[in-house]
Write a protein that binds this ligand. Structure first.
Ligand code: SF4
Length: 646
């Protein structure tokens, strides 16, 4: 890999990035240690017993570090009681104090717990949402001011053997960073480096760094850029804490976490993982464990042809330039192909599982937002008229004998390609290790590649093939054909989202075909979920809901469910649901609308980052939120038909 694009040990051979070891209360992180799993409590930090009980549930579910919010000095002090209570019950789990805005709480916590997390966006700054143009001189003065505020904490951590996470959040960058670098991955990296340089200057190195965002693309680019900059500046290779903020709940939250975190783990980045779900915290560690466990035996994967130079810039999103074939590639959204090839005889009712519904009464087909675009029927072509929005792919050996080839396209193996007429639109099945066959595709302009891999290092192997296409200037669209026999729904979603997400984040892939779960609805919904999580095709409302913590002012799970029930037909609209006004508005940087707790039973409603209504009683807040969406012209009535369809 060229030095200007280097961010991981290898793009083709799995290898964990070599990092320094950081000791956190006897559970060391980084270097040769396993990738650790952690989570955060949600009960009020002043509720000592509640915090102890919840921490124990988290530990029992696999959590190796427990983070607890310390918004002020009294909570920081109470960490001592929580710690004592846990130790008395035999739990030695290291505790991490989560700090925003309050250096005095951080300094106290550093003497009590094993690690302190600071957010460089708000440790020394209160956000004023000012757009300031800094001169080099005023910027330097700001850095001096930060150092004065931050240095005492660093010295205390050094003295007490306390580790620190410098945890940048995309949504809470300081005005200074925003003014100079904007709301960008580079701004996120620089935000952490300002603090890191102070630490190194004071010879304090027990540091872990994170670059979290709810936008998976921004998050992945920021982590990659961080690694690159650490090396470029000659700073130490600090361990990375990976996370996607406000991922949401249920399967959306799991898929989104797998897309963002998985994309980095695949390249060997990451020493600890926190999956943030709007659910009880003990549900987070098992998901994180599943993401991490994929790498236990990964280094022994089948060889992938090495690569000297990446043909894409890993720090900037740019979709691979392809030609349009059918409605695939070029500027088309990535397409979803439903794989029914193992089904045998396909019936009308089967299509309901992939979002196409036949209504006998008007004798019409209807499609929901996750209606598949193509159906692969293998050697059993459908014998009824398909809906307009659905086209069919049939194995070439069967297709060539069909009387009515109509809207059906052949799928050929590479060695059958010469048997197809030149003018025929064709899907070509290729294995990712068939690099030497790529030349056969030169000069063809009416084929779509259906790319499969059997390599356990799947993402890298698929990526390597697409890189070869780019290098050889072959611009045929590529649909990722991902097939693994995994009947457990969550396991299937995490594995497919990890393997495919990293490709989409790099602009590679013009469609997906998932198979192996056995449930066509799960496969179809997962395919659309991955495209949405990688921000390449928005088909649903996106909920950016915080995981909640001791600051939370309402029941996040209940409220998220209530808002989801009323708004989940608003395709592509992003709604932030945040438990507190201290961090909420910043954390939902990406949302179109925000529902933020601002007091007991009080909600503040946002349009983007702008406050629209303050202190609305929670009894009416969802109605008011919908009214704002209506006033903006972004509301559509949920079709009565949807109720029938679903
Ligand atoms: S936004 Fe949510 S998770 Fe973040 S501090 Fe506020 S309540 Fe806690």
């Amino acid at each position: 890999m060229s030095d200007s694009h280097k961010y991981c040990p290898s793009l083709t051979q799995y290898e964990r990035r070599k990092t320094i070891e950081v000791n956190i209360g006897g559970v060391p992180l980084g270097a040769e240690n396993p990738i650790r799993v952690q989570s955060m409590t949600t009960v009020d930090t002043m509720d000592t017993e509640g915090s102890i009980e919840q921490s124990i549930r988290m530990v029992e579910s696999g959590c190796e570090y427990v983070r607890i919010t310390a918004p002020s000095i009294k909570e920081a002090q109470n960490l001592e009681e929580i710690r004592k209570g846990l130790r008395a019950k035999g739990y030695k789990v290291p505790l991490v104090a989560d700090i925003h805005f309050t250096p005095n709480a951080a300094e106290l916590a550093a003497k009590i717990v094993e690690k302190v997390r600071v957010n460089p966006g708000n440790y020394a700054d209160k956000k004023k949402f000012e757009e300031l143009a800094y001169t080099d001189e005023t910027y330097e003065l700001e850095l001096k001011r930060i150092r004065e505020k931050f240095e005492p904490l660093v010295k205390l951590c050094k003295e007490h053997g306390t580790a620190m996470r410098i945890g940048t959040n995309h949504g809470s960058l300081s005005d200074r960073i925003m003014g100079r670098f904007g709301d960008t991955p580079l701004g996120m990296v620089e935000s952490a480096l300002e603090f890191l340089r102070i630490c190194e200057d004071l010879e304090y190195y027990d540091i872990v760094i994170s670059m979290k965002a709810s936008n998976t693309r921004v998050m992945v680019q920021a982590y990659r850029l961080l690694v690159h900059k650490l090396e470029e500046e000659g700073l130490r290779p600090y361990p990375l804490h990976l996370g996607v903020t406000e991922a949401g709940d249920g399967e959306d939250g799991r898929i989104k976490s797998a897309v963002g975190i998985g994309a980095l783990l695949e390249d060997g980045l990451g020493d600890t993982v926190r999956v943030s779900l709007t659910e009880e915290p003990e549900f987070e560690a098992p998901v994180a464990q599943k993401l991490v466990s994929r790498y236990a035996n990964r280094p022994g994967h089948s060889a992938i042809a090495s690569l000297d130079e990446s043909p894409v810039n890993p720090f900037v999103y740019e979709r691979r330039v392809t030609q349009e074939v059918l409605n695939i590639g070029d500027h088309n959204v990535p397409r979803v192909i439903a794989d029914f090839s193992k089904k045998g005889c396909i019936e009308v009712k089967d299509l309901k599982e992939i979002g196409h519904f036949y209504l006998p009464e008007p004798d019409k087909w209807r499609m929901n937002d996750t209606g598949a675009d193509y159906l692969y029927s293998g050697s059993h072509p459908v014998d009824f008229m398909l809906p307009n929005g659905l086209q069919e792919i049939v194995d070439f050996s069967v297709w060539k004998n069909l009387e009515d080839q109509g809207k059906k396209y052949p799928l050929v193996q590479l060695n059958e390609l010469s048997a197809v007429e030149n003018s025929q639109l064709t899907f070509v099945a290729i294995e990712s290790n068939e690099l030497e066959s790529i030349d056969q595709l030169k000069g063809i302009d009416n084929a779509i590649i259906l790319l499969h891999t059997s390599n356990t290092h799947a993402m890298a192997s698929l990526r390597r093939f697409i890189f070869e296409l780019i290098t050889k200037e072959i611009d045929l669209p590529v649909v990722i054909n991902w097939h693994q026999e995994i009947s457990d729904k969550e396991d299937f979603q995490l594995a497919s989202a990890t393997d495919i997400g990293g490709l989409l984040i790099d602009g590679l892939g013009d469609g997906v075909m998932l198979a192996g779960n056995g449930n066509k609805k799960v496969e179809n919904d997962t395919a659309f979920g991955i495209l949405q999580a990688a921000r390449t095709r928005m088909t649903k409302t996106e909920y950016i809901s915080c995981p909640s913590c001791g600051r939370t002012l309402f029941d996040l799970q209940e409220t998220t469910a209530m808002i989801r029930k009323r708004t989940d037909h608003l395709k592509g609209v992003k709604i932030g649901i945040m438990g507190c006004i201290v961090n909420g508005p910043g954390e939902m940087a990406d949302a179109d609308y925000g529902y933020v707790g601002s007091g007991k039973d009080k909600i503040t409603l946002y349009r983007g980052q702008e406050v629209v209504k303050r202190a609305v009683h929670s009894d009416y807040a969802v109605d008011e939120l919908i009214q704002i969406i209506k006033d903006d012209g972004n509301w559509v009535e949920p079709e009565a038909m949807e109720a029938i369809l679903n």
